[in-house]
Design a protein around this ligand. Sequence first.
Ligand code: SF4
Ligand code: SF4
Length: 100
Amino acid sequence: MEGILDTEKSVKKKAVAEIRTELCTGCGICVSVCPVSCIDILNTGLNFNGSAHVNRELCTGCNFCAVDCPWEAIVMVNPDGSEKVFDIYSKQVKKMRGYA
Ligand code: SF4
Ligand code: SF4
């Protein structure tokens, strides 16, 4: 029980993905790459395809979507509200995928 609670705490300490709706084209690439399926495309009426929406409770902070979004419409936001530095997590994702 204690172990599970510790895990939940550590997840909540991570940055989570946030959509910049004004830049999102609704292309759906983020939906495809999210390993925990916590992104949906909602019909916001802002553009033809709709806009991405992240379930923050499920986001593990893996950074995949923010790296792969072709329109830079996703930022990773730390628990204190600051934005995570893109270059750092971009390098981490490339390494995980075996490109660096
Ligand atoms: S990949 Fe980017 S532009 Fe495409 S739906 Fe996701 S947030 Fe929007
Ligand atoms: S950071 Fe990872 S878990 Fe969170 S929404 Fe993006 S791809 Fe999904």
